[in-house]
Design a protein around this ligand. Structure first.
Ligand SMILES: [Zn+2]
Length: 273
């Protein structure tokens, strides 16, 4: 799918369209694309800002929180004037102010097992910028069932990870979320950032990587992170890419595509600020 660009859009996006791997074709695909960003917090801030600036034609924002003063050190899409506003409204206003060529849709709602499928049905691809296991699990299950790519970021303290789930693609190198987390993680196992903290720039690093992966999945022709995970250690300034395989016997992706493989032991954080 692609959509023709206006003369104004050609000027607006010239510095990215000039890249041969991006080009007019890539920009037209971005204009036609519909991306849902779940979570307008620490990760959602850079993801939304960069997807909006790059010209993703329709961006959905799902969140159910209000802006608090303790958010502002890391959730940089929101400002002091936005205190007590729904994060969906605050983030949408920022996107609209930065780029008049995109559509922004606000979903002021929690995302859970009951509504995830209906919510993502209107989108081509989903960015997981949430901060808890239950929402991630529901989102992933819905994406897998609808064969939609889920680009997932997570961060806590000074550590973060990014990976792409596309277990509907064939091959052992495309594991699902539950290949990585066979057991349900309860909130007690995943303390919130109000207890353990998170460094703002780590969210910018992880969110920036996430935005790049979303854009690449839409533009096409580039490698996917599916089957690997980027692991960032902010204190040590270390970024590495690890292999992830499908978990043998995983019931969640068994029927999706491909066969069984061997699982790498890697447990990224599931909080997200
Ligand atoms: Zn699986």
């Amino acid at each position: 799918m692609s959509a023709a660009l206006t003369a104004e859009e050609e000027v607006h996006y010239q510095r990215q369209m000039v890249m041969p791997d991006w080009g007019r074709t890539g920009q037209e695909r971005l204009k036609a694309a519909r991306v849902l960003v779940v979570g307008a917090g620490g990760l959602g801030s850079p993801v939304l800002q960069y997807l909006g600036a790059a010209g993703v034609g329709t961006i959905g924002i799902a969140d159910y929180d209000f802006v608090e003063v303790s958010n502002l050190h890391r959730q940089v899409i929101h400002r002091l004037a936005d205190l007590d506003s729904p994060k969906t409204a605050s983030a949408a206003a920022a996107l609209r102010a930065a780029n008049p060529h995109i559509e922004v849709v606000e979903h002021f709602s929690p995302v859970n097992e009951e509504n995830a499928a209906g919510l993502i049905a209107g989108y081509d691809l989903v960015a997981d910028c949430t901060d808890n296991f239950a929402t991630r699990d529901a989102l992933h299950a819905a994406c897998l069932a609808q064969r939609k790519v889920l680009v997932s970021g997570a961060a806590q303290i000074a550590d973060g990870t990014v990976t792409t789930f596309a277990a509907f693609r064939p091959g052992d190198g495309n594991p699902c979320f539950r290949c990585l987390y066979p057991d349900v993680l309860t909130p007690a196992l995943t303390p919130p950032c109000s207890e353990i903290g998170v460094a703002g720039p780590v969210l910018a690093v992880i969110g920036g990587l996430q935005a790049m992966e979303v854009l690449k999945e839409i533009i096409g022709g580039a490698g996917s992170l599916s089957g690997t995970i980027l692991v960032y250690d902010g204190w040590q300034a270390d970024l590495r890419r690890m292999r992830l395989d499908r978990r043998p016997g995983c019931p969640h992706c068994a029927g999706a595509a491909g066969g069984a493989g061997t699982a790498e032991t890697a447990y990224p954080p599931v909080t997200g600020g």
